[in-house]
Design a protein around this ligand. Sequence first.
Ligand code: 5U1
Length: 669
Amino acid sequence: MSADAAARAAELRAQIARHDYRYYVLDDPEVPDAEYDRLMLELRELERAHPQLISPDSPTQRVAGAPSTAFGEVVHQVPMLSLDNAFREDDVAAFDRRIHERLGLSGELDYVAEPKLDGLAVTVIYHAGRLERAATRGDGVTGEDVTANVRTIRAVPQRLTAGAPPVLEVRGEVFMDLKGFERMNAQARARDERVYVNPRNAAAGSLRQLDPRITATRPLRAFFYGVGVVEGMALPDSQHALLARLRELGLPVTPETRTVRGVAGCLEYYRALGERRSRLPYQIDGVVYKLDGRADQERLGFLSRSPRWAIAHKFPAEEALTVVRAVEFQVGRTGALTPVASLEPVFVGGVTVTNVTLHNIDEVRRKDVRVGDTVTVRRAGDVIPQVVGVLAERRAPGAEPVELPARCPVCGSAVLRLEGEAAARCTGGFSCRAQRQEALRHFASRRALDIEGLGDKVIAQLIEQDMVRSPADLFRLSAAQLTELERLGEKSAANLVAAIARGKRTTLPRLLYALGIRDVGEATALALARHFGTLERLLQADVAAIQQVPDVGPVVAAHVAAFFASPDHRAVLEDLQRQGVSWPDMPAPAAERPLAGRTFVLTGTLQSLTREAAAEALTARGAKIAGSVSKKTSYLVAGADAGSKLARAQALGIPVLDEAALLKLLGAE
Ligand code: 5U1
C-alpha cells in the first residue's frame, strides 16, 4: 500500500465528512450531490484496491453491516426521558408557575424553545469522537441496538470534530423530511411495494430494518437536542450553550431553536412556528420549552420519567382516527363521479371534518377504503383533508369493497370510464340534474360571468324547481320568480336580478371559460379567445385549426371541437346572445396581425377558395376589406375575369396580387 493511497483516503473521508456537516448540520451544502457522489466513488475504489485502508468509521462502511435477525438490547446508563405534555396555554402558564414555586424565584425566566419533531428518539454514543453505539429509546431504560442502521444516516457523523470528549452520548430525533418521504413512497408505489402512511412511521420502519442496506436507501435525517453520559467535558451551563456545543462538535441541531423569555415568549414562539408549521420541510407535532439554566434544571430534577424543567406544548393533531359511515359518489360539472367518504365527525387540524374526497375509484381501491372502516384522516395547514390509510386490523368481517356504480346516482344514466382516464363519468350530460347544477355554478362563478349573490343554495333551488335548465334561462328570471325561493326576500331578489343583468356584459375569454368545456380552464379560454378573436371563428374551426392555438394539444382540441359541434350547445350560445349576453371581439395580438393597416379589394373568380373565404383569411390577419379601389387601397386581389377594378388599380399604380400571390401571402394555405 502506498502512503499516497492512505493519505488520499484520509483526505476523501475528511472532505466527505465536511460535506455531510455542511449539508446536514449547517443546511448549506457546498457542492452539488453529483460531486459528493464522485468523492464517495473514488473512496470506494481506493478501498477496493487497498482493503487494509478500510476503517469501521469510513463513510463507505455506513452500509457494511450484514442483516441481523434481531436487535440487541442496550441498557441506557442515563434513562431516556419522555416529556410531559401541555395542550393549552394555561398548561404552559402552570408549568412556568410550578418552576417559580419550586425554585423560589420571581421574575421572568429564560427558556429554550425548540420544535418537537415527529420522528423517533435515538441516543448515539461517541467514544473518543467515534460513533460507537446507537439505540432507540425503547421503554426509556432499555432500547434496541440500531448502531448498524444509524451508521447509514448521513446526517449522523461517524466522527465528531476535534475536541470531542472521551465519552459523549447525544440524544435526538431521527426523522424523514417530507420530500424524502414522498419520493420514497412514489418509488415504493411504482414497485408495488408497501407505502408508509406518514413520515414518522416511515422513519421508524426505516430505522428498524434488519438489513442496514435497506436503511441506507431511506432518506433519514436527525437533529440532536440533549446529552446522556458525558465524560471528560464540562457541561455548558445552559441549554442554548449545550446546543451550540453539539453543533460545534459536528452534530446536526435544528436551526429553529430560540431563547425566549417567560410564558409570553414561549407562546409567541409557539404561535409563530404554528403559523409556519405546514411550510416546514418536516413534520412537527409541537414545541418543547426547556428552562435554559442548567443549574436550575438540576435543582428541579425529575418527576417519574419526565424532567420538571421541560414540557412539550402540542399542536392540534393533524391526524386522527375516525370511522367511514358511507362512500357516496358526487357528480361534477363534466359528469365525473367523485367518491366521497362520509365520516363520523372528527376534530383534526383545528376543524371538524365530516366528508373527505377519495378522488377517484382507483384511489378507493388503492387505499381499499370500505364502509365501516376505521381510517386515519389528515388535515395539515390549509390542505384539504384526506384519508391517509385504513386500519386493516379494525375491519369488521364481511366489509365489502366499494364498487363504482354502473348508473349515475343522480339521473340513472349509464356511467362510462374511458380507457386511460382516471374519472368515470355520467353520460347524462345536461339531462343530469347534478351536471346542470354544477354547470350553472361554474357559469356564475367569479372568474366566469361573476354573478354576485348567486350562491350554491339558490342554484340548487333553481335547478331543483326546474326554473333554470340552461345558463341562458338565468337571464329570463324575474324578481317575482326569485322571491318564491326559500330565504330570498324582495330586496335580495331584486339585487340578484340586477347582478344577473350585469353578468350579460362579459368578455370572450370569460364566456369560453364559463361554458365549462372539459379541460378548458382560464388560461386555455384566454388562448382560444386570443387566437380566434371571435366566437364565430371558433365555431367554424375544426380540431386541426383548434390545435394551432398555443398550448392546446389534440385531447383538449377534441373536447373543444366536440363541445361546439353539439347542436344543444350551439342552441345555448344562440339563446345567450338572444338574451343580451355580449362581449367585444378580441383584438388579435400584433404578431398574429401581419396585415394590420392594409386595405384589400377582391375581384374576379378565385379557384381554390371563395372570395368570402379569402376576405375572412385576410381580416383574420388584421387586413381591412374594401368594396372599391381607391388611392387608399393597399392591394387588389384579382382572380380570373377581373374587370374594371383591375383597370382602375393599374391606373392608380396599386399592386395587384393574383391567386398564387394571395395564397403565398396567407401562408400557402
Ligand atoms: N426538541 C426536543 N424534543 N425533545 C424530546 N427536545 C426534546 N427533549 C426531550 C425529548 C424527549 O427530552 C429532554 C428534555 C430530556
